[in-house]
Design a binder for this molecule. Structure first.
Ligand code: NAP
Ligand code: G4F
Length: 343
């Protein structure tokens, strides 16, 4: 029988990669999208257009519990992947209440809907929760593993701790097959442009082509464990294929600073980052997470998962993609300028 999956956050970075993976595995894939005044489907366009769309989209919102319940009854998924969130740490300081409502209570709404539908139908729905290394915040040990205590440093981190523990609680209280992936930072050419890696690769490639002069950043000394999103969504799927639900750290076990990322990116383009990067204190955070480094030995031994993409390959992939975007922008600019001169 064909398995059905529902992905919340399908329009985001991870949602788009996960949809591709599940479709390739033969799933019927459904995705929750928010209503917006623009399409917002750039990352999944290749899956939703054409004679036979491979991905079925439904309007919904983690703020709307009734809508989630109706959608679960309509789609009857075997697996639900909860990737939706207000996912930006800096923004969570500006919108703490909204972040709590969507990123924390939104998970509870979805779990409640799953519990009700499962009780009514007697069919098990497996659940994946997108937990985050941001929960470790001001880390109490390094590297961080599943047993490391949480010390969140942002409204986003606190909201993710709530989501994590409510998922564990529903697993233990109601026997739900619910697992949490504690994913460390993962990036790709589809990463949102306000996260630091993509902000750097977009700016560096535009600087290379003379489309921009400077790149303004905050704390260059923050250190992260950066992997490739395409590798990490495989781990999500593996968690839901286990007989027993559990929680897993997913990471590369390698540490680099924002400064290292700049050096590598600009270096790939034959540039020196020190000539172009300037500090703007507006990008500092009220409370910073200085270092995140994961130990994913449990995912390796129990799921057979390990990252396939090196840090250098990740940077090269993002730079090459963004150089192509910058080149197109340059061509467009030249054409418009030639056209307006001729007109
Ligand atoms: P992302 O690109 O920011 O995508 C977030 C998704 O959530 C988007 O599809 C967004 O829709 C959707 N969303 C936001 N608010 C919503 C709401 N109220 N109702 C329904 N959908 C809503 O994030 P990502 O990088 O793919 O990350 C996926 C998940 O993993 C998130 O929960 C994130 O917090 C978590 N996580 C990410 C990382 C990482 O390094 N990427 C690490 C650990 C955990 P729109 O497109 O309409 O905005
Ligand atoms: O790229 P970032 O915004 O990612 P952050 O805060 O680590 O959060 C991401 O990873 C989490 C997993 O640990 C996810 F849960 C979360 O959803 C998100 O995907 O910032 C990384 C570091 C920070 O220390 C920040 O202070 O880069 C530093 N940074 C320095 N200048 C900057 C900038 N970050 C951003 N976004 N923009 C800057 O200009």
């Amino acid at each position: 029988m064909q398995r059905r999956a529902l992905i919340t956050g399908v329009t985001g970075q991870d949602g788009s990669y996960l949809a591709e993976v599940l479709i390739a595995k033969g799933y019927e894939v459904h995705g929750l999208r928010r209503r917006s005044s623009t399409f917002g489907t750039e990352r999944i366009e290749h899956l939703i257009f054409g004679d036979e769309p491979q991905l079925h989209l439904h309007y919904g919102d983690l703020a709307d519990g009734n809508g989630l319940m109706r959608l679960l009854r309509e789609v009857e998924p075997h697996e639900v992947y909860n990737l939706a969130a207000q996912s930006h740490v800096r923004v969570s300081f500006d919108q703490p209440t909204y972040t709590a409502d969507v990123t924390a209570v939104g998970t509870l709404r979805l779990l409640e809907a799953i519990r009700d539908v499962q009780d009514d139908t007697g069919r098990q729905i497996r659940f994946y929760q997108a937990s985050s290394s941001e929960m470790f915040g001001k880390v109490v040990e390094t590297p961080q593993k599943e047993t490391t205590p949480f010390y969140p440093r942002s409204p986003y981190g606190v909201a993710k701790v709530y989501s994590h523990w409510i998922t564990v609680n529903y697993r233990e209280s109601y026997d739900l097959h619910a697992s949490c992936g504690i994913l460390f930072n993962h990036e790709s050419p589809r990463r949102g442009e306000t996260f630091v890696t993509r902000k750097i690769t977009r700016a560096a490639t535009r600087i290379k082509l003379g489309l921009q002069d400077k790149l303004y950043l905050g704390n260059l000394d923050a250190k992260r464990d950066w992997g490739f999103a395409g590798d990490y969504v495989e781990a999500m799927w593996l968690m839901l294929q286990q007989e027993t639900p559990d929680d897993y750290v997913v990471a590369t076990n390698e540490l680099y600073s924002v400064r290292d990322f700049c050096e590598k990116t600009f270096g790939h383009l034959g540039l020196n980052y020190e000539d172009h990067v300037e500090i703007d204190p507006r990008y500092y955070r009220p409370a910073e997470v200085d270092l995140l480094l994961g130990d994913s030995i449990k995912a390796y031994t129990q799921l057979g998962w390990k990252p396939r993409t090196s840090f250098d390959a990740l940077v090269a992939m993002m730079v090459d993609h963004d150089l192509d975007l910058a080149q197109r922008e340059q061509v467009l600019k030249t054409t418009v300028s030639a056209y307006s001169k001729a007109a």
